[in-house]
Write a protein of this length. Structure first.
Length: 276
C-alpha cells in the first residue's frame, strides 16, 4: 500500500517526462490483465456461444465481402485466393478498429474506477487492446482452413510479423491517445469514431486491390497508415506485394505522433476524473 509520501512523488516534475510515465505504466502493468479479464467476462457473459462470437464476426464479414466483391463484382486479388486476401486484410483492420473504438470509450466505461483510485489511465486502452489480441488470435485460427483448402503457403517473412503487429498497435494507440486527450471535455469526437471507422475501411485495401485505382491516384492510398498495415500483414504472411519505402516513412510519422499523443495524454489524464 502506497504511503502519502509515495503518492506525492507521482505528481513531481519527473512525472511529466515520457520515460517516467512509461515506467508508471510498467509498474501498474498487472492492472492491464485485471481489466482485460474483467472485460472478457463481461463481453461474453449471458451469451449462448460465448467466445464463438470471435469466430462468427470475422467469418460473417469474410462471407459478405467475398460474395459481393469476389463473386458478384469479380474483383481480382493478384494471384492470391480472394477469401484469403480479404481475411488477411481484416486481421489488421479489425484489430485496429476494435482497439480504437473500445479504447476511446473505455474511459467513460471505467469512470467509477477512475474517480476512486489512481493509476495511469493509459492502462484502460491497453487492457482493451488485449481483448483485440484475443479476437485477432481466433481470426488467425480461421485462416488455417482457408490456407489448407486453397493450398496457400506461409512465407518465411512471417518472422517480421511482430514488427507489423507493433506498428498496428501504435496506429491504434496513437489515435486513442490524441482523441482522448483532445476530446475529453467535449465528447462529440468520441461519438464520431464508430462512423469514421466504418468509412475508414473503404480507404484501406482490405477487400480490394490498390490496382483498381488509376495509377496517378494510388499514392493517396499509400498515405493512409492503415493501408501500410494491411499490406504489411499480407507481405509478412504470404510474401504478397513488395516492401515500399513509404512504409518506413509512415512508420516514423506514426511513431512520432504516438510519442506526442502519449505525452499529451499523460499531461491531461489527471483531469479525466473531473469531467467523465
Amino acid at each position: 500500500m502506497k504511503t502519502e509520501e509515495d503518492q506525492i512523488t507521482v505528481y513531481t516534475s519527473k512525472s511529466d517526462l515520457l520515460p517516467a510515465y512509461f515506467k508508471k505504466i510498467w509498474d501498474y502493468r498487472a492492472l492491464i490483465w485485471v481489466f482485460a479479464k474483467r472485460d472478457l467476462k463481461v463481453k461474453y457473459s449471458q451469451t449462448v456461444i460465448g467466445l464463438g462470437w470471435t469466430f462468427l464476426q470475422p467469418l460473417t464479414a469474410l462471407v459478405i465481402f467475398t460474395f459481393f466483391f469476389g463473386f458478384l463484382l469479380d474483383w481480382k486479388s493478384d494471384g492470391i485466393a480472394f477469401p484469403i486476401y480479404v481475411l488477411s486484410g481484416l486481421l489488421g483492420w479489425n484489430f485496429f478498429a476494435y482497439s480504437v473504438n473500445a479504447g476511446t470509450m473505455g474511459l467513460q466505461e471505467s469512470a467509477h474506477i477512475i474517480k476512486k483510485i489512481y493509476f495511469p489511465k493509459s492502462i484502460i486502452p491497453l487492457s482493451k487492446m488485449i481483448l483485440g489480441l484475443v479476437d485477432l488470435g481466433f481470426s488467425l485460427l480461421l485462416l488455417i482452413p482457408l490456407l489448407i483448402y486453397f493450398g496457400q503457403s506461409i512465407s518465411w517473412k512471417i518472422v517480421f510479423l511482430p514488427i507489423v503487429l507493433v506498428y498496428n498497435m501504435m496506429c491504434a494507440l496513437c489515435l486513442v491517445f490524441w482523441v482522448s486527450a483532445l476530446a475529453y471535455k467535449k465528447r462529440d469526437l468520441f461519438h464520431l469514431i464508430p462512423y469514421l471507422l466504418t468509412f475508414g475501411i473503404w480507404f484501406s485495401p482490405v477487400f480490394f486491390s490498390s490496382d483498381l485505382l488509376p495509377e496517378q491516384y494510388r499514392y493517396l492510398l499509400d498515405l493512409n497508415p492503415m493501408t501500410n498495415v494491411v499490406q504489411m500483414w499480407r507481405w509478412s504472411l504470404f510474401d504478397f506485394g513488395e516492401m515500399k519505402w513509404i512504409w518506413a516513412v509512415n512508420f516514423l510519422i506514426v511513431f512520432l505522433l504516438f510519442l506526442g499523443g502519449s505525452y499529451l495524454y499523460s499531461k491531461r489524464e489527471s483531469r479525466f476524473s473531473d469531467v467523465i
